[in-house]
Design a protein around this ligand. Sequence first.
Ligand code: OGA
Ligand code: MN
Length: 298
Amino acid sequence: MIDVKPLHPLFAGEVSGIDLRDPVDDATRAAIVAALDRYAVLVFHGQQLDDDRQMAFSGSFGPLGQTAIVKRKGYTPRLNPHFTDISNLDENSEILALNDRRRMMALGNRLWHTDHAFRPVPSKYSLLYAHAVPPEGGETEFTDMRAAYDALPATRKAQIADMVAMHSLMYSREVIGFTDFAPEEHAAFPPAPHPLVRIHPGSGRKALYLAAYASEIRGMPVPDGRMLLRDLTEHATQRQFVYTHRWTVGDLLMWDNRSLMHRAGDYDMTQRRDLRRNTVIQDISTMDEKARATAAVA
Ligand code: OGA
Ligand code: MN
């Protein structure tokens, strides 16, 4: 059975006693899900996965999501569509040029976010595995959005309880000055509504649901909504809520996007960084999930 050692006072656990190449039985899956409900991000060191084995492990937690990039002419993905390529490499495993669109698009991962929040049905879990890491930098930071919610003043909790934020992929890239999107891409990723406060179905805990994609609060003037989103993001990313993961080749991290935000750290992009991510998608939209949770309480 798995053993979990806490890595931070609030969240994050290191799991031992499991080889992720082995098929996951029901008891092990339940133990991992329970650990995610508690710790929100789990670190599995010293794994030996190829893409098929990573997909098999990820797929034992639900249907896998597909990568969000719209295919452009002359662009061949390096990995199969069930992977999001979290690397600085092209399809020939060469380091991407400074002006490569894929590299600039991926820079958006340095903003605090939660995966696929620009879709009405976002990712539940993300599973990121390290094949190559730079000698320094390139850490991944996580912030505990349940603890951040708990620490809000009661007046703020009451104010935001039923608010809905609009999340746009394009907005998150405009923030860093990247606007090279084709009309089909704008059409493929319309803004998605999400409750600002989610209730986790596994733990029952409330969590702030924010991301760099969040551009407006529904029903509020845009500048007011944006200021509120900024204030909440600043609150939620204070150091006491943050755990920093320093990567070693063979690490697999599994996290719960309903309970956290995360962001990539800066590194020297002349060094190779090859991380590959699967996501497990939710079975319902966040809006339906909130309606269900609210109905259960009433
Ligand atoms: C991701 C992501 C951060 C990183 O895999 O979803 O945002 O450190 N990664 O690369
Ligand atoms: Mn991400």
